[in-house]
Design a protein around this ligand. Structure first.
Ligand code: KG4
Ligand code: ZN
Length: 379
């Protein structure tokens, strides 16, 4: 079964083809350079860029994969959460295409797709604990099935990625800053006492990262040479590499990185303690590309006799392979949407409104049934 996935929830226009659960090919147009000039994503510009890119990207993907539109069985698009104007570009394109080529249509929860994308590269089993850490979200889930995501905790203010981006901005680093801070942190020496581990003195699974911003502003006063970096407009300074960055900057990044990672690990460990029978941790979202976070989560799970599974870094940030793969999982369970499906912006909950189509897969696959999806039944 051939699934086309479309991702346009924020500032990446991406399309991918997944055939029988395997990634066939993908294309992506990043708007990072455009938004970097403003230090963050400008919604109107993002929608306009998606409109400009999506048609040519679709042509390029099909040409590269040697596929005709009519061979696509399922067209999927991220339906939310995200920027409404951006999401609408991808969803409208997907609905129109599905109608034209007589394919099934399905709208995908962008957050669930981030976590389920682990299945593109690893065999995983459910139930699992999921930690989604991105620019807009920091969510801890109990995942019982492909459509059963129970939110255990989330951020009360800034998301983990947002904390990286805001502190990076203070340091005059180009947006988005997480990757640069990660690289600089790895070349620096962390001072474990420089930053607090916020919002741990409670018994819940929520996060609060906004205090780290204030702590970073205060800490910066002790490093006037770092404070000065912020005087130039954001996005105009090239990202310093580990070889040319001053030690003070590398050490500051290492300390901040450690504080965020410690905090994420502490709450994840707390969630795992509440579900002692769960031995699988799925880690996804842009911040899951962070080297220290991946290492520490791996160690944490090994100590518990389990596994931390994460997509490779390129599949941690926004991509369409995760949308196409999730569509493959869900349509394999005979789920889809009709063309009335609503697009859901950030801040509104995504309704459970998928429809059962009857006989899974055999119904959908134009070329006949092929590889079966993994058995994700709950033990
Ligand atoms: O998942 P994503 O691509 O987009 C959203 O859905 O938000 O995540 C983007 C976020 C940005 O805040 C970026 O700074 C952060 O992920 N990020 C990282 C790393 N790579 C990207 N944060 C920490 N370490 C990284 N290596
Ligand atoms: Zn995302």
């Amino acid at each position: 079964m051939l699934c086309l996935g479309i991702e346009s929830s924020c500032d990446e226009t991406a399309l991918a083809l997944v055939a029988d659960g395997c990634l066939l090919d993908s294309v992506l147009a990043s708007q990072t350079d455009i938004h970097a000039l403003f230090g963050g994503v400008v919604p109107e510009l993002a929608s306009r860029e998606h409109c400009r890119s999506i048609g040519p990207l679709f042509d390029e993907l099909l040409r590269r994969a040697g596929i005709l539109p009519e061979q696509i069985d399922v067209v999927a698009a991220a339906r939310g959460p995200g920027l409404l104007g951006s999401l609408l570009v991808g969803v409208s394109f997907a609905k129109t295409l599905a109608l034209t080529i007589d394919a099934k249509f399905i709208g995908i929860n962008h957050l669930h797709a981030h976590l389920l994308a682990v299945g593109l590269e690893h065999d995983f089993s459910l139930p699992a604990i999921g930690l989604l850490v991105s620019g807009g979200h920091t969510h801890l889930y109990l995942i019982r099935g492909t459509t059963e995501f129970h939110l255990l905790g989330g951020t009360l203010d800034d998301a983990a990625g947002e904390a990286f981006d805001k502190v990076g901005k203070m340091l005059g680093l180009p947006y988005p800053c997480g990757r640069t801070i990660d690289a600089l942190a790895n070349a620096g020496v962390a001072d474990p006492g420089l930053f607090p581990r916020p919002y741990l003195r409670n018994d819940n699974l929520d996060f609060s990262f906004s205090g780290l911003k204030t702590a970073a502003l205060t800490a910066l006063r002790a490093f006037p040479e770092l404070e000065k970096r912020n005087e130039k407009p954001d996005g105009h300074l090239p990202a310093p590499g580990p070889d040319d960055a001053p030690n003070a900057l590398k050490n500051f990044c290492a300390s901040f990185n450690l504080a965020v990672v410690d905090t994420l690990c502490a709450k994840t460990e707390r969630a795992l303690a509440a579900y002692p029978d769960i031995h699988e941790l799925l880690l996804a979202g842009g911040v899951a590309a962070n080297k220290l976070l991946r290492k520490r989560m791996g160690e944490l799970m090994r100590r518990r006799g389990g596994r931390a599974l994460s997509p490779s870094p390129a599949l941690c940030t926004d991509n369409a392979a995760m949308i196409a793969y999730t569509a493959w999982l869900l349509t394999g369970e005979a789920l889809c949407h009709d063309l009335r499906m609503e697009t859901i912006p950030k801040g509104r909950s995504i309704p459970d409104d998928m429809q059962r189509t009857g006989n899974p897969r055999a119904d959908i696959t134009k070329g006949g049934p092929r590889r079966e999806p993994p058995n994700l039944s709950v033990e």
